[in-house]
Design a protein around this ligand. Structure first.
Ligand code: PEP
Ligand code: MG
Length: 325
């Protein structure tokens, strides 16, 4: 019954005071894209390309990689898709990947670090993405960027592949946009120095909060111990959104917090206008958005952020109750 109720909400997410919020879906498997129509998602905000690698016994060939990306673009039609390049290492292990036995895998040789050190793998993937996008827009996003030089190095690699494709006479993507996942506090502080090199930013809040609070996202003893609605975390999220706004750089949030009602409301109150989440959460968040007065929420939040508290959670719950939600 609930499913049916959400199915009625296939249109765009618009707040009670008329603010349009982009709601995109996270996916890692082609089959998940069937939910695009059902949920009325605006697109795929995060396609986790490593899934194909994690279930493979050997490195997927260029043609196999490209076939998956092409099918994803076909399934999405006019809707945009953001492909995240391989995010292996840490909690994501591929059977054939270089050894990941490390004392602290979450802080170790993972994601773009592996990609830049073993350029063969990343270059190959970029080539597959370019091939798949032939004649269509391509959005590529690099994970776990921790310093501006990594953005530039990754972008150089993509440019090189684009030149190679052009020389080889491939049908080129109609447009190429490059983004980063903002997942480390260090990068949040260096964002101004890298933003000229990116076309969009996606906050990977699962990892960003893990590193911000030094609390392992996979360890339930500590993962829920620190509240993302605490002033310190909100300051960080606000800082990132404000820098992006100053530079007219589109920004979205694609960690778990985007799909939790209080957190999503707060992100919107901080100024975020684009969220990406697992498909089943899109309906409920769309419903939440339709009940929000975004301007009021922003003003309320700004005043609360002035007065330090442990967490805004109790206040928000109270405010919700008062509003009859
Ligand atoms: C994140 O870190 O918030 C994120 C969206 O990526 P993943 O969960 O795949 O690490
Ligand atoms: Mg991440």
């Amino acid at each position: 019954e609930r499913r049916l109720a959400y199915a009625e909400l296939r249109g765009p997410a618009v707040s009670a005071d008329g603010v349009r919020i982009g709601l995109h879906m996270n996916a890692g498997l082609l089959i998940e894209l069937m939910a695009l129509d059902e949920t009325g998602a605006d697109g795929v905000g995060l396609f986790r390309t490593e899934f194909q690698f994690m279930v493979a016994e050997t490195l997927p060939r260029l043609s196999a990689q490209s076939a998956v990306y092409k099918s994803v673009l076909d399934a999405a039609g006019e809707r945009p898709v953001v492909f995240r390049t391989l995010d292996l290492g840490g909690d994501k292990v591929a059977p054939f990947a270089p050894s990941t036995k490390e004392p602290n895998p979450a802080l170790g040789w993972r994601a773009i670090r592996m990609g830049l050190d073993r350029p063969g793998l990343l270059r190959y993937q970029l080539r597959a993405l370019i091939l798949a996008a032939a004649g269509r827009p391509l959005k590529v996003m690099f994970p776990m960027i921790s310093a501006p030089w990594e953005v530039r190095a990754a972008r150089d690699m993509l440019d090189r592949e684009l030149r190679h494709a052009e020389r080889a006479g491939y049908v080129m993507p109609s447009d190429v946009k490059v983004g980063i996942m903002l997942e480390t506090p260090g990068m949040a502080w260096a964002l101004e120095h890298a933003i000229d090199a990116v076309d969009f930013v996606a906050v990977g809040a699962n990892d960003l909060m893990q590193y911000f609070f030094a609390a392992d996202r996979q360890n339930s003893r500590v993962s829920d111990r620190y509240d993302v609605l605490s002033p310190a975390a909100l300051d960080l999220l606000k800082r990132v959104r404000d820098i992006c706004a100053e530079h007219d750089t589109p920004v979205s949030v694609c960690g778990e917090i985007a799909s939790k009602p209080l957190e999503a409301a707060v992100l919107i109150g901080l100024g975020y206008r684009s969220l990406s989440m697992a498909a089943p959460n899109i309906g409920p968040i769309k419903k939440l958005v339709s009940g929000l007065d975004v301007e009021k929420l922003g003003t309320w939040l700004a005043s609360r952020l002035q007065s330090p508290a442990d967490s805004l959670r109790p206040l928000l719950l109270q405010a919700g109750e008062d509003a009859g939600l």
